[in-house]
Design a protein. Structure first.
Length: 212
């Protein structure tokens, strides 16, 4: 049973890689990251998520990509890497070592300073965002995804309970992100779930935002 699980995870990662390699923008971003020589640097966020959702919907692979997020961890210098541009897109380098300070000030929680990108995983709001990719060796993909990549490939998005259970961060953040992305109109084939794994619609999200 364990071997079957490992094999399935490999298949999913390989499928994700095949989709992402079809995007010239994504591949350029990977090489930009590699040239930056960050020991703990990764592509994350909307570039991965929207590239896959665009592929699933038959859209142009660059549709709805606003910027390119690169996460890394530098414990002493908050802005150790300057932002840049790539093909007209802003490339933002986000130092995860200092993310806990922002959350502590914003929500009044006590999150310790992170020493690696992986330690910051509980802060990611949903299963389709907590996926990281980088190049290793010559041109090999390395994928890190604590919740796997099956939700992303299957057109499912759901909130991550870890950020609520570990740090008491509000689930409302997840619903606000859904509205910001205009997910119900832009990506109608995506199954949007709440924390109980129930499929929800835009009215449900609007009610949550208006009530809280």
């Amino acid at each position: 049973m364990e071997m079957r699980k490992i094999y399935t995870e490999y298949q999913h990662n390989h499928t994700l890689e095949c989709i992402l390699r079809q995007s010239p923008l994504f591949m350029k971003a990977l090489h930009l990251l590699k040239d930056a020589e960050l020991s703990d640097g990764w592509i994350s966020g909307g570039l991965i998520r929207n590239t896959v959702w665009n592929w699933l919907h038959g859209y142009d692979l660059n549709k709805n990509i606003a910027d390119i997020d690169i996460v890394y961890c530098h414990s002493t210098i908050e802005d150790a890497i300057n932002d840049t541009t790539l093909d007209g897109y802003l490339v933002e380098f986000r130092n995860q070592a200092f993310m806990s300070e922002w959350y502590n000030k914003t929500y009044g929680v006590k999150i310790p300073k992170f020493e690696s990108v992986e330690q910051a995983f509980p802060l990611w709001s949903d299963t389709c965002n907590v996926i990281l990719v980088r190049l290793v060796g010559g041109n090999l993909f390395e994928i890190k995804a604590p919740n796997g990549v099956n939700d992303l490939l299957s057109g499912i998005i759901r909130p991550r309970r870890e950020r609520m259970e570990l740090y008491g961060l509000p689930e409302l953040d997840y619903y606000k992100r859904l509205k910001k992305w205009d997910i119900f109109n832009e990506y109608p084939y995506i199954h949007v779930c709440n924390s109980n794994n129930e499929i929800i619609n835009e009215s449900y999200v609007d009610n949550i935002i208006n009530i809280i």
